[in-house]
Design a protein around this ligand. Structure first.
Ligand SMILES: C[S@@+](CC[C@H](N)C(=O)[O-])C[C@H]1O[C@@H](n2cnc3c(N)ncnc32)[C@H](O)[C@@H]1O
Length: 349
């Protein structure tokens, strides 16, 4: 380490940049430029122009379409039920200024404070933007705090790129990390603890029901048989691929994606939580309120579609999106992570 002078003439410690092999950083910790987007804006823009999501960030999906559906206006009270990196939150908040209020919630205790600090840096004070760490299944609690029903609600389901890409969160088979998969690592069982608790039949049911895994029985037996020695994402990935040795690599990758997705849904009880949210939602919004929900797999979309369809038939909703809105071809090209997204909306009667 050497000494530098800052603009006030004080001596500061100069840290050498991380050294990595080759021309591009590969592991998460080496991506110091992406993790410091304010300082390396040009590098981050270049990474995005290649269709990649810079480490430690999240690219909000269908922003234009969501703003059209929700049509937020000055003076309104809205809820962003999935704050994440705050991309949608920031856009929505700007539309309700100067007199409206946007509530934004998330369960993630690691990312939420970082997002809050970033959004406060854009001049959004807690008079206009109220951020809370709450599960959206507890939407009634946030309505009570607001003291009024909402004019619009957004939910952008699933996980953020920061959660997926940070190996220590254990969300991906692509990097080694503790097998965790919890959105809130302070609550509930990690995936490693869950697989030790389940029988092979129970796990096979989870894999089949939550991600339509065709090899659910074979894979569940292999995981449960080895559960006591599976603590990391790579160990789980090895147990899965060893169970399907004849598959070609592309099939193995899809299988890994499905099994990790099913375990994530189970660990975070995502379907029960979504159903509870969908049940309470119409009672938390004003007449003519606009609701938008972005989903990323069929299990989520099926539930949202059913809730809006039944709500329309029973007169709770005056209109809803029979066909989902998809990200434009351009957005899918620029951000491949958007390619499976489906946006559905409903209007409260
Ligand atoms: C796809 S990301 C949202 C990204 C965000 N719209 C943005 O523009 O950055 C989904 C977020 O929802 C959060 N989340 C998932 N389930 C939740 C729940 N039941 N309650 C609250 N937040 C939840 C996750 O922790 C994650 O941060």
């Amino acid at each position: 380490m050497t000494a530098d002078q800052n603009s006030d003439g004080e001596q500061t410690e100069h840290k050498r940049r991380l050294r990595y092999r080759g021309t591009h950083p590969r592991s998460f910790v080496e991506k110091y430029k992406e993790l410091n987007a304010d300082k390396y804006a040009a590098d981050v823009a270049h990474i995005m122009s290649r269709g990649q999501t810079p480490a430690g960030t999240h690219r909000p999906i269908c922003v234009k379409e969501i703003l059209e559906v929700l049509n937020p206006k000055d003076g309104e009270t809205g809820l962003d039920a999935t704050l994440g990196w705050g991309g949608h939150t920031r856009e929505l908040a700007m539309k309700i200024l100067p007199t409206g209020r946007l509530f934004a919630i998330d369960v993630d205790p690691i990312e939420l404070p970082k997002t809050e600090a970033r959004l406060r840096g854009f001049g959004l004070t807690d008079a206009n933007l109220i951020i809370r760490r709450i599960n959206f299944a507890g939407i009634s609690q946030i309505v009570n705090e607001a003291g009024t029903l909402f004019d619009f609600v957004l939910a952008d389901l699933g996980v953020s790129s920061m959660q997926i890409d940070t190996p220590s969160r254990g969300f991906t088979y692509k990097a080694d990390g503790p097998l965790d998969l919890r959105l809130n690592p302070n609550k509930g069982l990690s995936a490693a603890a869950l697989i030790r608790k389940l029988s092979a039949d129970e796990l096979a049911e989870i894999l089949a029901d939550y991600s339509d895994e065709p090899e659910s029985v074979r894979i569940a037996s292999a995981i449960v048989a080895n559960a006591s020695s599976i603590d990391t994402t790579r160990q789980l990935a090895a147990a899965i691929t060893d169970a399907v040795p004849r598959m070609v690599d592309s099939q193995k990758r899809k299988t890994l994606q499905r099994v990790f997705q099913a375990l994530r849904i189970a660990v975070n009880d995502e379907f029960a939580v979504l159903e509870q949210f969908l049940t309470l939602l119409p009672y938390c919004v004003k007449p003519q309120a606009r609701i938008a929900i972005l989903t990323f797999h069929s299990g989520e979309d099926r539930r949202v579609k059913k809730s809006f369809q039944e709500g329309f038939r029973s007169g709770i909703y005056s209109d809803w999106s029979r066909e989902p809105i998809r990200p434009s071809a351009e957005e899918q090209r620029e951000n491949p992570r958007s390619s499976c997204a489906k946006l559905r909306w409903a209007i409260k009667a």
